[in-house]
Structure formats: C-alpha cells, structure tokens
Write a protein that binds this ligand. Structure first.
Ligand code: MN
Length: 238
C-alpha cells in the first residue's frame, strides 16, 4: 500500500503560477500514493463551484487525472475556500469531508481538520466564522451574481490581511485548551491540520499534533504517512 499524503494552504490564485506548477510536480512525483487529503485553503478564495475560471479548470483537470488513476482524494474546506462544494468535489472525484473528521490512518484514529476552529483566542474571527458558515447565509450568497461574490471575497481577504499585519502573532495560533478539547472530544491521540502556517510536530502527553505549512513560490509542505510512520516534510519544487 502506498502513502497517505496531506497538504494544505496552497492559497492558489491567478498570482501563484509557481505554487500551481509545484502542485502538479508534487502530484506527478507522488503518483504511487494511495490517498491524498487536502486540508483547506487550497484556493486563496472560492466564490462558488459555478465560478468557471481558467485556474479552476486547470486544477480540476489535474486532480481528476489523479483520482482517475485510483488515488482517493479527500477535501476539507478552509477559511479561504469555505464554500467549496459538492460540485467541485465531484468534478475532481474527491470526497468532501466535514470540518472535523476522524480517519483511520494505518490503523491509528487521526483527527483531520483545517485548524481555524482551534484558534479560539481570535474572538473576532470566530464570530465572523459563525456567520460565514451559516447554511442560510451561504445559500443566499450563492444566489448573488459572481462579480458581487468576487468583490465580497476581495473585501474579506483585505480585512484578514490588515488584521494579520496588526495583531500580535499569538492571536492567530491555536489555543491550547481548544487543542486539548479536540483531542478529548474526538477521543484521539493524533491530529493533523494546517491554517496557522506554523509547520511543526507537537508531541505532548495528550497526543501528537502535526501542523502543515503553507506553500511558497519555491517550497511546499506535506505530511506523509507510510508504513506506520508519519513525517512532516518540506520540499523544493525544482
Ligand atoms: Mn486558513
């Protein structure tokens, strides 16, 4: 059996041709993987599965060929692509997962999630998240014209950038109590997530938490689970 791989936080957009090429090279190099989990913020923003951009068409084509080869794809939404939906998942042959899922990883129950729900110190963000994740709000949003949705997404992105520039670094990291709660609520000792852009393996008495990194113009990150071992890896595209 091949490896199970995890990636997140590529933040793909029209401005990230290097990351996009890095993704395709990664998919090619890891062609013997068994499963690939994409843990959110795959796109910098996503305004609806009906937004038929050249970028989304290219990505769909590449991921479709991966799932056609027999690789099982799983998709978790991030805060940037929170309205990625079943149409997109269907087009790439992926299973869309809910915000938190316990998977069987080589016999070990492992919680996989984007990670933003662990950042409970960011009260303002969590309030906004509750609104954005309300199904009624999302349904209403998806009725609006695409250009209006794009405008809204740009506004959110700018606000989030300004906030990141202003706030102390610890605000956007995970909250220790939220991590403890996630371990206990889900009854697991292993967790993999992204979002914070602080790639690291944390081992405590509660369990092991591996945090994926965000992809840059030259390097990407993945977690590899193979033969009962999990490793956090950084790699260059070239
Ligand atoms: Mn995120």
């Amino acid at each position: 059996m091949g490896a199970t791989l995890f990636i997140s936080d590529l933040h793909l957009s029209d401005n990230t041709p290097e990351i996009e090429a890095g993704l395709y090279a990664f998919l090619e190099r890891e062609s013997d993987m068994t499963r690939l989990f994409i843990l959110g913020d795959f796109f910098e923003y996503w305004v609806g599965d009906d937004d038929d951009t050249p970028l989304s068409r290219r990505v769909i084509q590449q991921l479709r060929s991966v799932s056609d080869r027999g690789v099982s794809l799983f998709l978790v939404r991030g805060n940037r692509d929170l309205i990625l939906g079943p149409d997109f998942a269907g087009q790439i042959g992926a299973t869309l997962l809910s915000d938190t899922t316990v998977i069987d990883l080589d016999g070990v129950p492992t919680l996989v999630l984007h990670g933003d729900t662990l950042c409970t110190d960011d009260v303002e963000y969590q309030k906004m998240r509750a609104v954005l994740h309300d199904p009624a709000w999302q349904a209403e949003m998806l009725q609006r014209p695409l250009e209006e949705r794009r405008e809204f997404a740009r506004g959110l992105r700018n606000a989030s950038q300004e906030k990141a520039d202003k706030d102390p670094a610890n605000i956007i990291d995970v909250n220790a109590d939220a991590v403890s709660e996630a371990f206990s609520v889900h009854g697991v000792e292993h967790m993999i997530h992204g979002h914070t852009h602080r790639p690291q393996t944390h081992s405590t008495s509660e369990g092991e938490r591996i945090v994926l990194g965000d992809w840059s113009a030259t390097e990407g990150w993945c977690v590899r689970s193979e033969n009962g071992r999990r490793t956090l890896e950084q790699f260059s595209y070239s």
